[in-house]
Design a protein around this ligand. Structure first.
Ligand SMILES: [Zn+2]
Length: 251
């Protein structure tokens, strides 16, 4: 055995001892075999944490909030006749949403020019507060745990109102809190914290991503002036009280 493989084997043993063994009970007891409400197949759900946020379908990677969102979309929309924007290039909802008449998937990176098409997967860089899409050009916008991280969320709702057709809907998930509160804001190009900083896990950043907002059942009171009508359409469900919101542009 050479020095490199010995090193990796030692690392692997250490990782198993430190991370897997202490959590083995939870990983095993959290397993579920059931029909996934997103991909609609019988599947194994694996748990990697303490709540349903980290319990995922082995086939499509959906967790509870994605399952709720998939269920709402399937129950209420026939994608074939709709123009759709999904603000996530890799979500488990793509299998359903990509059946749309048109389907745009977008990604977000600060510093990238809005409208840039990424070569690796064809997704488009979009900033939800200044979309590059024309007025009244979409029937559905889908975002999943995005809006709580947008400092100027009023601008995001103004933009979604602008690009939706009358009768169009922005279907979104955000963590469900007791009330709507701004937790942080951007001032003089820096972050000003109003509440204790709260970070959510982010696949792109090991430090996590800051929550600028909490959203509660009073969402309509705070952002109804955008012209959108907000309705809680799924949940709360599970330990984390997962919900789905539909923000609809009136006909
Ligand atoms: Zn699934």
């Amino acid at each position: 055995m050479n020095i490199v493989s010995r090193y990796f084997r030692a690392g692997m043993t250490r990782r198993i001892r430190k991370r897997v063994l202490p959590n083995l009970g939870r990983i095993l007891t959290g397993w579920q075999i059931r029909r996934c409400r997103c991909c609609e197949r019988i599947t194994l759900f694996l748990t990697f944490g303490t709540d349903e946020e980290t319990r995922i379908c082995l086939r499509c990677t959906a967790n509870l909030r994605y399952e709720l969102q998939a269920e709402y979309l399937r129950e209420n929309f026939n994608p074939e006749s709709l123009d759709i924007l999904e603000m996530d290039p890799n979500s488990c909802l793509r299998r359903f949403l990509s059946r749309g008449r048109t389907y745009i998937r977008s990604y977000f990176r600060p510093g990238h020019k809005p409208g840039t098409v990424r070569e690796e997967d064809g997704s488009v860089m979009e900033d939800i507060t200044r979309l590059t899409l024309p007025d009244a050009s979409l029937d559905i916008i889908v975002s999943s745990d995005v809006l709580e991280h947008v400092p100027d969320v009023a601008a995001a709702f103004r933009e979604t109102f602008r690009v939706l057709r009358p009768g169009g809907t922005h279907v979104f998930t955000v963590p469900y809190e007791a009330r709507t509160v701004r937790r942080a804001m951007i001032e003089n190009n820096g972050i000003m914290h109003i509440e204790t900083p709260e970070y959510h896990s982010d696949p792109l950043d090991p430090r996590g991503i800051l929550a600028f907002w909490h959203f509660g059942p009073d969402l309509d009171v705070h952002f109804g002036h955008s012209g959108l009508g907000f309705a809680l359409v799924k949940g709360p469900e599970g330990k984390r009280r997962s919900v789905v919101w539909a923000a609809r542009k009136p006909i």
